[in-house]
Ligand binder design. Structure first.
Ligand code: RP5
Length: 181
């Protein structure tokens, strides 16, 4: 049955959601229970107008899908993969092992160890197989990092990112001014 995989393409598998014609960023997670956290990455991509797809891919529960997904991502036009997982969080590392694309890992906060387990599982990758790991639960930064990685070839996104940064500065400035009033 494993050999049969060679005849299946990722497109034969149902994706939860594809937004935009040719998704550039993939947001995947180990379980639907990760979605409330991963939604923050999706929101960033929506705000920046970056086409994306969202799917559940589990390193442990759907290993065959993991392989199909990772092997086909680059040829399907995906440029960056954001992968969130909790606990024994092997998803981002396994994806990174099977794609040449940059992978951004989001450690999901767990109820037993507060996400320390997820963080260490994702960040401690062996030399040669990088996963850019954001802080525990910080899928917003994963989304922003994905957008930044597209900026080199997309001046429109670079402009939007500079505007985003300027707005953050303005928000801090106006808070500081209100403290002095
Ligand atoms: C991991 O196990 C998932 O990424 C999730 O964070 C965690 C728990 O999954 P569920 O039991 O909620 O499906 O694979």
């Amino acid at each position: 049955r494993i050999l049969e995989l060679e005849r299946i393409s990722y497109d034969d598998l149902p994706a939860i959601c594809r937004v935009g014609k040719c998704p550039l960023v993939a947001v995947i997670m180990g379980s639907q229970s990760d979605l409330p956290t991963m939604q923050d990455a999706v929101n960033v991509l929506k705000d920046f107008g970056v086409p994306y797809e969202v799917d559940i891919v589990s390193a442990h529960r759907t290993p065959e899908k993991l392989m199909l997904y990772s092997r086909s991502a680059a040829s399907r036009g995906i440029q960056v993969i954001i992968a969130g997982a909790g606990g024994a969080a092997h998803l981002p590392g396994m994806v990174a092992a099977m794609t040449p694309l940059p992978v951004i890992g989001v450690p999901i906060k767990t109820s037993t160890l507060n996400g320390q387990d997820s963080l260490l599982s994702i960040v401690q990758m062996p030399r040669g197989v990088p996963v850019a790991t954001v802080a525990i639960g910080n899928a917003t930064n994963a989304g922003l990092l994905a957008v930044r990685s597209l900026c080199a070839s997309r001046p429109d996104l670079r402009d939007k990112m500079e505007e985003y940064q300027l707005n953050m500065k303005k928000a801090v400035d106006s808070t500081s001014h209100s403290l002095l009033e």
